[in-house]
Design a protein around this ligand. Structure first.
Ligand code: FES
Length: 165
């Protein structure tokens, strides 16, 4: 359930995007959804999607279409950090399998699941375009390459420490 205050924040986000003259008309919806997803930490609640449709005066179905077409979007609650693990062959043969095992064990969850502390959601993805530094993962917008078991644990523990403040 999204509060009235949150819906106001959604309204502000959409109005901000609408007034950005550097954006082409066709990019407005996707930019709104991107910013809203950042605001809610990695997902777009359905009420927020409905609000976007209302303000932009587009059918709700058009908004859902975009949300379901692009894998970067989710209407399900996800962790503050979405970890995307490349499962394509070049990463797989350079240690990707071990990286996946490390992440699953450390986070205590499988793909498409969120860790118990609500911080991390684990997802698999195809090639991230950085095969030269495989194995590769992406955490939110950031890439991490040349990974090893220990490097992955360091990355996760650094995030946990940052979150503890
Ligand atoms: S195969 Fe993993 S980044 Fe290309």
């Amino acid at each position: 359930m999204v509060s009235d205050k949150e819906l106001e924040a959604v309204e502000q986000i959409v109005n901000g995007v609408i007034t950005d003259e550097s954006l082409a008309e066709g990019d407005v919806l996707i930019n709104c959804l991107h910013e809203i997803q950042n605001h809610f930490h990695n997902f777009v609640p359905l009420e927020a999607a409905e609000k976007v449709a209302e303000i932009l005066k587009v059918p709700e179905s058009s908004v859902y279409e975009v949300l379901t077409f692009y894998t970067m979007f989710s209407v399900e609650k996800r962790g503050k950090y979405v970890i995307r693990v490349c499962n394509s062959l070049p990463c797989h043969v350079t240690g990707g399998k071990e990286i996946i095992e490390t992440l699953k064990k450390e986070l205590g969850c499988d793909f498409s699941q969120t860790s118990k502390d609500g911080l991390f959601t684990l997802e698999e993805t195809g090639c991230l375009g950085l095969c030269g530094v495989s194995p590769v993962i992406m955490i939110n917008e950031e890439f991490y390459g040349n990974l090893t078991h220990d490097k992955v644990l360091d990355i996760i523990n650094n995030i946990r420490e940052e979150e503890r403040g």
